[in-house]
Design a protein around this ligand. Sequence first.
Ligand SMILES: [Zn+2]
Length: 282
Amino acid sequence: MRIFDPHIHMTSRTTDDYRAMAANGVQAVVEPAFWLGQPRTNPGSFADYFDSLIGWEPYRAAQFGIRHHATLALNPKEANDPRCRGVLDLLPRYLDKDGVVAVGEIGYDSMTPAEDEAFAAQLALAISYELPALVHTPHRDKAAGTRRTLDVVAESGIEPGRVAVDHLNEVTVGLVRDSGCWMGFSIYPETKMSPPRMVEIIKAYGTERILVNSAADWGHSDPLLTVETGKALLAAGFTADDVDRVLWRNPVEFYGQSGRLDLSETTPGATFAGSSIARGGS
Ligand SMILES: [Zn+2]
């Protein structure tokens, strides 16, 4: 089983995680920029974080033979802090870089006017930089949040096939399927989606436009839940080809729209070279 985790925060994970992921077939990851728990107080703090996501973390992943890409954005939660608004001015410089395969995570946390503004501005950036967008849906008030998210996406004029709406569940999947956007599911150890629930969703909705991720971060989470979902799909009678589509070919197709996915072999012996990440084929 080869696995591409399309949403995982490796900055918060250990080398034991990288080792276990590689041993279980995880060959590629996308790390979205997000809220680090400790609030940031100025755009410079984000600049260093973005540099780390496109420089240091791919190097760390390569030590384990894992290909690493990033999505960059001002996350919805910190969009509410006026001190962080300058991040929107920093982004254009970063969205041009190799290794950046989407704008994200954007979307809503508490659905405030400041979040509205940052969400719309960053969808516009996705359009002008010809990048897909990774959109986070709020954990509270999920159905209303997802509806409003889809309205903002539609108003922006971005092509729905270039948008992934993430953290869906049984209540929100239908809305997103009907919108033409990609459907993202985060599989967690205790809360939200589990491997058995994911199997039922794929039975009901099929494998097209489905993305399954672990969204592992600094909280209680498990980077191997993509692998567990693959095993649960096989146990439920799905073919190895179905599993490969969901866990590998779908993320390749979605992020491949950036023209910047490089899935060539990593070179574990390579030295850290700052920003010299080679551009791959489209
Ligand atoms: Zn996330």
